[in-house]
Design a protein around this ligand. Structure first.
Ligand SMILES: Cc1ncc(COP(=O)(O)O)c(C=O)c1O
Length: 459
């Protein structure tokens, strides 16, 4: 079975078949995809829209994995890439290159506080692996070798590699056990899902920060290297912590000499209506990681930017941070990042994220009045979460066998939306170039799709 509305061209069928035969796709089953006639193959993109190999146009609601911040089809980035490739395609870190140096300076300028030294890598997981290694090595170099434990929050996501896959999460990692030692899990500051009667963002923020302090004390501060957290977590449905949370985390980390790592892999580069989300709370972490929006995903680049308090411990010539990654800091990716940041700034996309984000949040909140399965809507800028419930009063979720996420995805597809919700929430993070009219178009499509699912559920 294919997509009935689509002209079934030979090329489309052949690309889908080749994918079924040879490609191991992220989080997908090729057996299940085969029943659908093969995976969707995307061939073009412009703004917030993409076209597939059968010629159908879609709104890519989350711009890839919330990463195509400036939108698809910007030739300026292709030109920047080509220019740098023709001049110098690569040189490893034993020497360095002009675009990378310029990018490091630019990042020092636009990140909060005294974050000033960049360790470039190729993806968000690598950036967080690097941040953890730097935090652990920092404590060893300054004479506290016992600090190796990392505190992360349940339901957060920090990556899929060696150590990062054990940070945050909600389980489902049995295949990869044993877990590395020293992983400590704290509660997420999400008042809607805390289970505490009459909870508020503020009370939940204070409680959740205090829980981290208690964990540090319980495990012994002399064994804890770092706390890692996203300013606003996409994987936890864009729960925005109460304003107390981040300043308290900063104070707690200072009190116990624990490094504070802010994972801005999703929130960086305008997603929440400020260039970096930590600006909302005026808090500077010791290390900040970034990826995705740094190049709007036109090329793979990520980074861990570090404060001098941590970085300077590695300054001595016999004291260097030992890590080399072949593609980390690739000059072509750096040239693209610089041009991408220029576009974000000159087209005021951070402001657009704030303004259109507030508009979309308002429209989606209004949708909840007509749709009883929307329990709660929250978010910041263009990072918005909708909590889906079977009963709004009790906040009970639908039983797993209802497969709410699958039903919603199919209904979204019938409206021309690429958007994969879970069974409990829909998280929305479109490209930052989205206009108010496009946000309204998206809302109307979500409205119809959710109404269809509700009708089906009533039957
Ligand atoms: C907050 C956060 N951190 C880290 C990562 C991992 O990034 P990557 O997929 O580039 O390895 C992601 C990916 O979605 C993320 O959302």
């Amino acid at each position: 079975m294919g997509w009935p509305s689509m002209p079934d061209t030979d090329t489309a069928t052949s690309a889908a078949q080749t994918a079924l035969d040879h490609l191991w796709m992220h989080n997908r089953s090729w057996a299940a995809d085969a029943e659908l006639g093969g995976p969707r193959v995307i061939t073009e993109g412009q703004g917030i829209r993409v076209t597939d190999s059968r010629g159908r146009s879609w709104i890519d609601v989350n711009g890839g994995y919330m990463c195509v911040n400036i939108g698809y089809g910007r030739r300026e980035l292709a030109h920047a890439m080509r220019e740098q490739m023709e001049r110098l395609v690569y040189f490893p870190q034993g020497a360095t290159t002009e675009p990378l140096v310029d990018l490091a300076a630019k990042l020092a300028q636009i990140t909060p506080g005294d974050l000033e030294r960049s360790w470039p890598v190729t993806g968000g997981s690598e950036a967080n692996e690097t941040a953890i290694k730097i935090a652990r090595a920092y404590h060893k170099r300054r004479g506290e070798p016992g600090r190796y434990k990392i505190i992360s929050r349940l339901r957060s996501y920090h990556g899929a590699l060696g150590a990062t896959m054990w940070l945050g999460g909600e389980g489902g990692r049995e295949d990869y056990e044993p877990a590395p030692p020293g992983m400590i899990y704290a509660p997420h500051p999400d008042d809607y899902n805390s289970g505490v009667p009459d909870d508020t963002p503020s009370r939940c923020a204070v409680r959740s920060a205090q829980a981290i302090e208690r964990l540090i004390e319980f495990h012994g501060a002399s064994s804890v290297a770092a706390v890692i957290a996203e300013p606003v977590s996409s994987s936890a449905g864009a729960a925005v912590p109460g304003d107390e949370y981040w300043p308290m985390l900063r104070q707690i980390c200072d009190r116990y000499s624990v490094a504070l790592i802010a994972d801005e892999v999703i929130t960086g580069f305008g997603r929440t209506g400020t260039m970096f989300a930590m600006e909302h709370w005026n808090v500077t972490p010791d290390i900040m990681t970034m990826a995705k929006g740094i190049t709007s995903s036109y090329l793979p680049l990520a980074n861990a930017i570090v404060s001098p308090r941590i970085a300077d411990v590695f300054a001595g010539s016999d004291n260097i941070f030992r890590q080399a990654l072949t593609f980390g800091g690739h000059p072509v990716t750096a040239a693209v990042a610089l041009r991408n940041i220029e576009i974000i700034e000159s087209e005021r996309l951070v402001e657009n994220s704030r303004v259109v984000g507030a508009h979309l949040l308002g429209r989606l909140t209004a949708l909840a009045e007509d749709h009883p399965i929307i329990g709660h809507v929250r978010g910041l800028g263009l990072l918005i979460g909708m909590e889906m419930v079977a009963d709004r009063d009790t906040r009970a979720r639908f039983p797993k066998d209802i497969q709410l996420g699958r039903r919603l995805r199919l209904a979204f597809e019938s409206e021309g939306l690429i958007l994969s919700p879970g069974d409990e929430r829909i998280t929305i993070g479109p490209p930052l170039c989205i206009t108010t009219e496009e946000a309204d178009e998206l809302t109307a499509k979500l409205d119809r799709a959710i109404a269809k699912v509700e009708r089906d559920l009533r039957r």
